[in-house]
Ligand binder design. Structure first.
Ligand SMILES: Nc1nc2c(ncn2[C@@H]2O[C@H](COP(=O)(O)OP(=O)(O)O)[C@@H](O)[C@H]2O)c(=O)[nH]1
Ligand SMILES: [Mg+2]
Length: 302
């Protein structure tokens, strides 16, 4: 997990003196802190309110106090602030699936996100997890647009030795998803994982297509897959997919390679949706549940 944001926040706090700072010095400190956060992939909006909050807390302190105390007090303030500002609920997809299957006979999860973020790989990771937990997953490719999409997901399914459903290129993705549910019922499968198309950039047709699939299949859980390494783009994707399609939680992929750490708090901040799991590698077993509480602690204290 990332430690860089932690050390940059610490180095910021190290600069504080055991005397009352002038308004000008406080302003400079606020700007410097904001910049450090933005450099570490924290979305500008969040960096702005966060740095303001911390500097305001600093203004309230009585001086002189020991600088080591200031650090502890401010790190504690930062933790409190992030934990009250960010969604901290923990998502258990296995439990959600069990509940849905008890009441409904099936659990439908839909995966959305931009191209190359790791949608198909993440879907395959969930398929393996559900299989191991005793469920009967079906991998569905509702991307009938991009050449190779069907073969790629089919390949994941065959490596995992799990059933796969799709149609042919050019078919209506919503019909494919609808037919896949019928197929799952006929074949006693109870976890339906639907892969969808992505585009490199925001595209109205794609958003309409995703909305239509969602309306037709009524997924129990829609997952937005986001690449942790894409910084500002990741934040923009969270905003757009929330506005135009809607989702229940985020899976942040390539978390294994994220040295900055700001993307996780930023995508949750802008969407107010929890990160349910993170991808920590390319293997099917590289999927971990995510706890925002643990993550914030790690960011600030490690
Ligand atoms: N290091 C790392 N690579 C990942 C992770 N998730 C996906 N990838 C890689 O990202 C690339 C794109 O993944 P893919 O599932 O095809 O993306 P899609 O276009 O969104 O379906 C592949 O090379 C994956 O192996 C992850 O959590 N960590
Ligand atoms: Mg894909």
């Amino acid at each position: 997990m990332s430690k860089l944001l932690g050390s940059s926040v610490k180095s910021f706090f190290n600069k504080l003196f055991s005397r009352k700072l002038s308004d000008k010095e406080l302003e400079e400190l606020e700007d410097e802190f904001k910049l450090k956060l933005v450099e570490n992939d924290v979305a500008y909006d969040l960096a702005d309110v966060f740095s303001k909050h911390i500097v305001n807390k600093l203004k309230e302190r009585k001086f002189p106090i020991l600088s080591s105390n200031i650090q502890n007090v401010l790190i504690e303030e930062a933790k409190q602030y992030l934990l009250t500002t960010l969604p901290t609920e923990e998502v258990d997809l296995i439990k959600e699936a069990s509940n849905a299957i008890s009441s409904d006979g099936k659990f439908i999860a839909m995966f959305i996100g931009s191209n190359g973020t790791g949608k198909s790989t993440t879907l395959a990771k969930f398929a393996k997890l559900f299989k191991e937990m005793g469920f009967k997953p079906l991998l569905v490719c509702a991307d009938t647009f991009r050449a190779g999409a069907i073969e790629q997901l089919k390949h994941h399914a065959s490596l995992l030795n799990l059933p796969f459903y799709s149609s042919k290129y050019g078919d209506d993705p919503a019909s494919v998803a609808y037919d896949a549910i019928k197929f799952s019922e006929d074949n006693a499968l109870n976890v339906i994982l639907i892969d969808t198309a992505g585009r490199a950039h925001m595209n109205v047709n794609l958003m309409n297509e995703l909305r239509k699939i969602k309306k037709v299949v009524e997924p129990n859980h829609t997952i937005l897959v986001i690449d942790a390494l894409t910084g500002n783009d990741a934040v923009e994707q969270a905003r757009l997919f929330l506005e135009f399609v809607g989702f229940d939680s985020i899976v942040l992929t390539k978390f294994d390679a994220d040295v900055k750490g700001g993307t996780a708090i930023s995508v949750s901040y802008v969407s107010k949706k929890p990160i349910s799991y993170v991808g920590v590698g390319q293997k099917y077993s590289d999927l971990r549940p995510f706890s925002m509480k643990d993550y914030v602690y790690e960011l600030l204290f490690s």
